[in-house]
Design a protein around this ligand. Structure first.
Ligand code: SAM
Length: 330
């Protein structure tokens, strides 16, 4: 699958639900209205959709949300998709999770061939964690992360950098991840979705500043390690772990973009930062065979834009893309 700019599309991220058991302040409004069930793809439809992408050349598949592990029957989908790992069609099946349900699912995930998970965790302090997630319990996430580690799943921690919120614990995060063998990526807050009272510009903590802060205590060595994604990486000499910086606001990473995203309603977004999309749900629901679905995917990929266009506009709105990250999936 090649897009008009010659980029090979081999990485699919699928949001399996818009629902989440947390309400992170930068991501989702507290009183978020979730989609009616009939609009959301069933587990069978999600399986069919992923199967079509895999036939068309997707090699890496990431399930996200909302929170993927609050979706009912999620293990049915994961077990079915893991069959593509066994045939070699997929090289990796993974997920991005907030970790609250990991203690329950870690063993099942490992048995299904999940080798790595990304866990979103912005703070190691119970009070700060609660204030970011509005009602999350840090303890549940830490139990989940440790269960994944015990099950032999490699954990990467993703932390959104928030000025005045978790900027005082960046060293603790490096230390804790280093001690546990977890890679760590920091993410700049992105202007997605209208999240009500929270002021995005006030939360924005440039990772250039964060990196300078880290260098006060740690030796960071540049590496050319890349995943084709938006992160640049350094090796932390003292801990031996990799630290990633995901900087959509300050760097352009679109030239190497190999990914597309599907929402839980079957909308295919060719770029996280643009509004254009393709409707795959109609192709799935109105046709029994997959020819129409594959044609809809190919047509949408032919419209993948060159790059995204996030703008943090100080004068008017704080939002340049109106849908929430919980819709497109992170
Ligand atoms: N519930 C799962 C989780 O917590 O990882 C998957 C979905 S969540 C939307 C995926 C990632 O997007 C999380 O790491 C979250 O912190 C990040 N995220 C959400 N809104 C964001 C924003 N406005 N800017 C940057 N990252 C954001």
């Amino acid at each position: 699958m090649q897009d008009p700019f010659g980029r090979n599309i081999s990485y699919l991220r699928v949001s399996v639900t818009d629902r989440c058991d947390l309400r992170c302040v930068y991501c989702i409004a507290e009183d978020m209205t979730f989609l009616p069930r009939r609009e959301v793809l069933t587990i069978e439809e999600l399986d069919r959709l992923c199967g079509a992408f895999i036939r068309m050349g997707v090699r890496k598949l990431r399930l996200t949300g909302g929170e993927p592990l609050v979706r009912r029957e999620i293990m049915t989908l994961i077990r079915s998709l893991s069959a593509h790992l066994k045939t070699g069609a997929l090289s990796e099946l993974t997920l991005t999770t907030n970790g609250t349900q990991l203690a329950k699912y870690a063993d099942g995930l490992a048995a299904a061939g999940i080798r790595r998970v990304n866990v979103s965790l912005d703070s190691l302090r119970p009070d700060t964690f609660k204030s970011i997630t509005r009602w999350g319990k840090l303890e549940n996430v830490l139990d989940g992360v440790m269960a994944a580690k015990a099950a032999g799943i490699k954990v990467k921690i993703n932390a959104v950098a928030l000025k005045g919120v978790n900027d005082g614990e960046v060293h603790d995060l490096v230390d804790w991840c280093g001690g546990n063998g977890f890679d760590l990526s920091f993410i700049e807050v992105m202007p997605m979705g209208d999240i009500g009272g929270e002021r995005r510009m006030e939360q924005y903590y440039p990772l250039s500043e964060l990196r300078t802060e880290l260098q006060r205590r740690w030796t960071l060595k540049d590496t050319d390690y890349r995943t084709g994604g938006p992160a640049s990486y350094v090796d932390c000499v003292e801990t031996g772990q990799r630290i990633g910086f995901i900087t959509p606001m300050t760097h352009n990473f679109c030239e190497s973009c190999n990914r597309v995203r599907v929402t839980c309603t079957g909308q295919l977004f060719m770029c996280l930062g643009q509004e254009d999309s393709g409707d795959l749900r109609a192709a799935i629901r109105e046709s029994e065979g997959d020819a129409r679905l594959e044609a809809a995917i190919a047509e949408a990929i032919s419209r993948k834009p060159r790059g995204h266009d996030f703008i943090l506009d100080r004068r008017s709105s704080n939002v340049s893309v109106t849908r929430h990250m919980s819709v497109t999936g992170g």
